[in-house]
Design a protein around this ligand. Structure first.
Ligand code: FAD
Ligand code: UQ1
Length: 420
């Protein structure tokens, strides 16, 4: 039976980074990684791929190039977790044993929960989604081929990754249609299951101004439940209606953000809370019941917005705390919920939201990031991919926390300082 000191399940943004960190600490030969994909996707770029700013191939690297050199990559899926026996079962039926387990499987996209949607992706060129490697390829052509009518953007009735992404693509599309003489003919509609445009007041205020000044329409508490590609109709449930009333919208363009959950194997395992997320202490990232298990990234129940930026900040916390556990010492690092969402509002404009568990802004730069800025657009488009591929993937990026503290030395008014 194979056994690893550290076993990582899932090698996305969080898993790949911590696998490399622990390969430095315990030696690559003691690290095992279970990950079925040949390719690793930098998903944050897909907003820009859908918006016609970047090429899809810039978001992809070979998994083999990123994983720890001397580590063992099991190119397969985990299909069962047994935390009592300290094993993870692979699709081939192998029971892999571990001393310490890091769960980093991210989220599963549940497109099939929406009636007619899988067929619509296959048959209707006006239906697209930046959340998936295949469907993001439909977005830019659909934006360019749009000739007017209803352009609808959806936000589902579950927690999702990058809660800003469903609206970022709306802003990029609106900007393109405006610059190409199509804006007058377009009804731009954001149908969201939520009741607010963004969870943090400061940035919500800025975004509401963007939406209002550019004439986009928001309908809250509207959840997509069905798509009829033959008649180009999208059916939404009114979440405020006690009788479950529905509304039908004709569409000429439809960008869908699907409902999401943890992967079935995780959801059906003993590792999760009642909502199906890996049950960790939000400050230490250690599993609440099993002290040799940690979680990172989108699959955990740490109550923050699910982003690569959050996973980066969690990397450093997990590294410190798991090393402490391995040495029988008390854990010293505390995650504050840091997360970030670069809200692109047009080509050349971006509001860089950064905040903690309580929704307090935790801004890196000593300027007001609630304003639309060209500098932040370039940060997102040109700088972040470099940081991701060349620092985070190797285990050398724990988020911008240290830079924030440096840049704010003595410079802040009270509104820039986190409540602590
Ligand atoms: P992932 O990176 O999704 O990785 C999960 C890995 O687990 C995958 O490689 C998968 O193959 C593997 N896996 C799944 N099931 C199993 C299994 N059973 N066995 C083994 N392996 C398994 N974040 C930002 O910070 N900024 C942004 O601007 C931003 N924009 C985004 C825009 C879009 C359109 C999307 C889709 C995401 C965006 N994100 C952004 C979110 C970011 O991509 C995720 O939060 C981040 O990738 C989460 O990392 P993770 O390691 O938890 O999961
Ligand atoms: C970040 O650290 C990160 O993770 C790699 C992202 O994901 C792509 C981000 O989008 C952002 C904004 C950050 C935060 C980094 C800085 C420099 C503010």
């Amino acid at each position: 039976q194979r056994q690893f000191k550290i076993l990582v399940v899932g090698a996305g943004a969080g898993g790949c980074s911590v696998a490399n960190k622990f390969a430095h600490h315990v030696g690559g030969e003691k690290v095992g990684v279970i990950e079925p994909n040949d390719e690793h996707y930098y998903q944050p770029m897909w907003t820009l791929v859908g918006g016609g700013v970047k090429k899809l191939q810039d978001s992809v690297q070979k998994m083999s190039k990123l994983l720890p050199k001397k580590g063992t990559w099991m190119k397969t899926k985990a299909v069962a977790f047994d935390p009592e026996k300290c094993t993870v079962t692979t699709a081939e039926g192998e029971e892999v044993k571990y001393e310490y387990l890091i769960v980093a499987t991210g989220l599963q996209l549940n497109y099939n929960k929406i009636k007619g949607l899988p067929e619509a992706f296959d048959t209707d060129p006006t239906v697209c989604s930046n959340y998936d490697y295949n469907y993001v390829q439909k977005t830019w052509p659909a934006i360019q081929n749009f000739k007017g009518g209803n352009a609808i953007f959806t936000f589902p009735n579950t927690p999702i990754k990058c809660a800003g992404a469903p609206q970022k693509i709306m802003y990029l599309a609106e900007d393109w249609w405006r610059k190409n003489g199509m804006r007058e003919k377009a009804n731009i509609i954001f149908n969201s299951s939520l009741g607010v445009i963004f969870g943090v007041k400061k940035y919500a205020n800025s975004l509401n101004k963007v939406i209002e000044s550019r004439g986009m329409k928001i309908n809250y508490k509207r959840n997509l439940i069905e798509v009829r590609p033959e008649t180009r109709e999208a059916i939404f449930q009114n979440l405020d209606s006690p009788t479950g009333e529905t509304e039908t919208f004709k569409y000429e363009f439809l960008h869908v953000t699907p409902p999401m959950s943890t992967p079935d194997v995780v959801r059906d395992s003993p590792l999760v809370d009642a909502a199906g997320f890996v049950d960790v202490d939000k400050n230490t990232l250690q599993h609440k019941k099993y002290s040799n298990i940690f979680g990172i990234g989108d699959c955990t129940n740490a109550p923050t917005s699910k982003t690569a930026a959050a996973a980066a900040a969690q990397c450093g916390i997990l590294e410190t705390n798991l090393r402490a556990v391995m040495a029988n010492k008390p854990m010293t690092a505390q995650y504050d919920g840091y997360t970030s969402c670069p809200l692109i509002t047009a080509r050349g404009k971006c509001i860089l939201a950064e905040f903690d568990f309580d929704g307090n802004p935790l801004e890196t730069f000593p300027i007001n990031q609630g304003k639309e800025r060209m500098t932040m657009y370039h940060m997102k488009k040109d700088v972040m991919p470099q940081i991701y591929w060349h620092m985070m993937m190797n285990g050398h990026w724990n988020g911008p926390g240290v830079y924030r503290k440096l840049m704010h030395l003595g410079m802040d008014g009270p509104e820039k300082q986190p409540a602590s």
